[in-house]
Design a protein around this ligand. Structure first.
Ligand code: CMP
Length: 145
């Protein structure tokens, strides 16, 4: 079933020049397509909405600081089972536990700086896509204050 997911290439991925490599892996999957894409430094309000479920956790503030430390790439990716599929390409949260061949397994070492975010369910995708692209499916991702 074709579906949509929100993917963020985090500031570490952008700083390290991995936008192309990671996007290439996503685009290489049959029938998946990038439908919208934007490079921007995420503001506090966007991050608070995006990470609402993590408020109060010990890693929350350092995570917010890291995520605001430079530009991220936000993209809408569409395709067959893309929600589960991008998470499989990314690998588990801890890059050291992630298998070689996965994005985190190939490029990451630190849990916080794990290169990529991808929605973890249809419900999360719907919620997150609204935060980053509230008005239109195919319009550029618009700022949501
Ligand atoms: P992600 O799964 O995209 O969303 C939550 C993020 O919080 C996660 O990626 C990591 O970047 C970060 N994170 C999760 N657990 C920890 C942790 N134990 N220590 C530091 N950062 C974490």
């Amino acid at each position: 079933m074709s579906e949509r997911t929100l993917v963020l290439l985090k500031p570490d991925a952008v700083r390290r020049g991995l936008i192309g490599e990671i996007t290439r892996r996503i685009e290489s999957k049959a029938d998946w397509a990038v439908k919208a894409m934007e490079l921007r430094t995420l503001d506090r309000s966007t991050l608070e909405q995006h990470y609402a479920e993590h408020v109060g956790k010990p890693f929350y503030e350092p995570l917010m600081e890291f995520m605001a430390s430079g530009p991220s790439v936000a993209m809408v990716v569409e395709g067959e089972r893309v929600i589960e599929g991008v998470r499989a390409l990314a690998g588990p949260t801890d890059p050291i536990a992630a298998a070689p061949g996965s994005i985190r397994g190939d490029f990451g070492t630190v849990v916080r700086e794990n290169l990529i975010h991808a929605s973890d369910s249809a419900e999360s995708a719907e919620r997150e896509l609204k935060i980053f692209s509230p008005t239109s499916d195919d319009a550029p991702l618009t700022r949501h204050q």
